[in-house]
Write a protein that binds this ligand. Structure first.
Ligand SMILES: NC(=O)c1ccc[n+]([C@@H]2O[C@H](COP(=O)([O-])OP(=O)(O)OC[C@H]3O[C@@H](n4cnc5c(N)ncnc54)[C@H](O)[C@@H]3O)[C@@H](O)[C@H]2O)c1
Length: 321
């Protein structure tokens, strides 16, 4: 089993990746969250293919569970479906000691995350993605949302799960079209972010596409690790902390004295650099280069800004400057 950690301070969480692990999702929830009640949101297709394994595993560890069905695909991502889920959660007596589990593709992850973040102002969330796209992208990072008639994902929140459980074996029932679109995402992040991973994919892509366990697990793990890294860099509170430290450092530098006063002490920017480094240590992986906005060691070809432009995920790193 591989475990990738998303580093977000007190909102950090593990992503566990192991073939054949759907039946152990219950045990992982019991261990990680200590809850005794799970409400599983899924689609009829996924429920039929994989709901049994998840429910069996939950019963095995005495985790009581109920299943809430949503429509397939984008039809799950509406305020109407969210409202119906709220009704069902009220009926079932869902409280903050319960956990919402999103079992399905990216659409299920998005609507489950949205409902979890808004019901009772937030209940614990676990994502169990069953498409490749959801495993390497939608289930990680805390973006939730539903669609508006005027546009996709217009309504949503940022809300991190407490745990993500990925079973690559779940992809066996996936239509080839969805397998291909998920793999396109894997290739994209490798091309932008990690040359060694891209080279590895060139040699192992066919085996991963054929769902051979080892290469598929490896491909998912490496793609998830990149997403987790990006999520850490993209974290709003971390960036807000960076801004606060920057402003504090600026005040310290000035020491209440005019900007160019000889007794001010320290070169302009020294305090800021110290502030940046302090924040850097708190950032994912403690990467001081990332906090300073410099290119990581991978080289210019893998500068985060390139990923930002390609994916539109990273906000301006000039925040506060
Ligand atoms: N939140 C994010 O960061 C993020 C990132 C990327 C995509 N998304 C969202 O994800 C959605 C697309 O997700 P998707 O590509 O996973 O498709 P999807 O969630 O729409 O699922 C497609 C279909 O496959 C079925 N399915 C899921 N797993 C299956 C399995 N193992 N076997 C058989 N059928 C299965 C689903 O029930 C559905 O009918 C979009 O709404 C997109 O906006 C969100």
């Amino acid at each position: 089993m591989s475990v990738v950690q998303v580093m977000l301070g007190d909102r950090s969480y593990p992503i566990a990746i192991r073939s054949g692990s759907l039946v152990d999702v219950g045990a992982a929830i019991a261990k990680e969250l200590g809850t005794t009640r799970a409400l599983v949101i899924t689609t009829p297709r996924v429920a039929e293919a994989h709901g049994g394994a998840v429910a069996t595993g939950m019963a095995r560890v005495h985790l009581s569970s109920a299943r809430l069905l949503v429509p397939e695909g984008e039809r799950a991502k509406t305020l109407r479906v969210a409202a119906r889920l709220y009704d069902e959660l009220v009926e079932l007596g869902c409280d903050r000691a319960s956990v919402l589990v999103g079992l399905g593709g990216g659409a299920v992850c998005d609507v489950t995350g949205f409902v979890a973040s808004t019901f009772l102002r937030g209940v614990p969330l676990v994502q169990v993605p069953t498409t490749l796209l959801a495993q390497v992208d939608a289930s990680v990072g805390g973006k939730t949302g539903v669609n508006h008639p005027r546009g996709k994902n217009l309504i949503g929140t940022f809300y991190q799960p407490r745990l993500v459980c990925i079973d690559p074996d779940a992809l066996a029932t996936l239509p080839p079209r969805l397998r291909r679109s998920g793999m396109a995402e894997v290739i994209k992040v490798a091309a932008i972010w990690d040359a060694a991973f891209f080279a590895w994919l060139e040699a192992n892509l066919a085996a991963a596409m054929n769902l051979e366990r080892e290469p598929l697990e490896e491909a998912i793990t490496r793609a998830v690790a990149i997403k987790a890294e990006v999520v850490g860099l993209d974290d709003r509170p971390a960036r807000a902390a960076q801004l606060r430290a920057h402003l504090r450092a600026r005040r310290r530098e000035r020491g209440g004295l005019p900007r160019r006063h000889p007794r001010r002490g320290g070169r302009d920017g020294d305090g800021v650099r110290r502030g940046d480094l302090r924040v850097a240590r708190a950032l994912p992986g403690g990467d001081a280069r990332a906090a300073r906005g410099a290119a990581p060691a991978r080289g210019p070809a893998h500068h985060p800004a390139r990923l930002a432009r390609a994916t539109g995920r990273l906000p301006s790193r000039d925040l506060g400057r």
